[in-house]
Design a protein around this ligand. Sequence first.
Ligand code: ADP
Ligand code: MG
Length: 319
Amino acid sequence: MPSREFELIDRHFTRRGAARGDLLLGVGDDAALVAPPAGAELVLALDTIVEHSHFPAGMDARFVGHRVLAVNLSDLAAMGAEPAWALLGLTLPSVDEHWLAGFSSGLDALARRTGVALAGGDTTRGPLTATIALAGTVPSGQALRRDGAEPGDDLWISGTPGDAAAGLAILQGRLPGQGRARDALLHRFQLPEARVVLGVALRGIATACIDVSDGLAGDLAKLCVASRVGADIDSRELPLSAGLCSVAGPEARLRFALGGGDDYELLFTAPVAERARLAALEAGAVLRRIGVVSEDAGVRIDGAPPEREAGHGFDHFAD
Ligand code: ADP
Ligand code: MG
């Protein structure tokens, strides 16, 4: 390894994230050593973000560092796991110290807040790409999966879906937006908050769970296929933020909420008997019951398939 590269890693990627006693050996050796707790299963996820495809060119490096961890935290949250150790793969077109400092500070802040230690990684040259492999733990047998939904279960969503996609549309000049609404929506796109605390709280309550990264309706369809069920959403129950309602008309709001990506909210199913427990749950996110699970395959919005309901805008928002 060239000494320049060593210095770069030493400066930006050593002792990043939370200090964890179960990280026995971190950045600096050939590989990291961790000591998973007894009685736990390891939960592993990896997500890559590529400039232009997953975030706009020129996005603030702090937001890029935050995002690459947040998207992985969201996958672990959807499993009901507690995140613990991360490996970072970073591909850079050139060494830009200012960019690296921003990137590592965005990553470090979120990692500390969520108890994640940066255990190692790899640094290469090429088109700007960041990958995190995140490992966490869940007590044996308690992970939330996609395949447990039963007909008759309630369908729940956390937070206010559609905000992040509206924020991106504002950034790209496809949607007008001003003042507080604009700031709130941009924030939801730039600093997505994975529902880690909620995911853990849903163990033993949710029958199936998925995180919403590609749009609520599309991700619900994945959960339904895995569980061999269908679902009916009542669009009047969708929790829409004040910001979204102020920048988008009644139809566009629904398109953002149902088809917009990058929400990183949790979409889950639970038995009717859990309503009171879920209503009382304090896990950092507002929860809303938006529909029911049925035996009939497919996802319906107010009784109709989402394509028809949302018009051709749907595909447009679904990537
Ligand atoms: P090797 O050639 O042995 O793979 P590397 O130069 O790839 O060595 O990495 C040296 C050390 O620095 C390793 O502990 C590795 O985990 C860590 N490392 C390299 N790049 C990063 C990065 N982007 N983030 C965190 N740790 C990194
Ligand atoms: Mg290496």
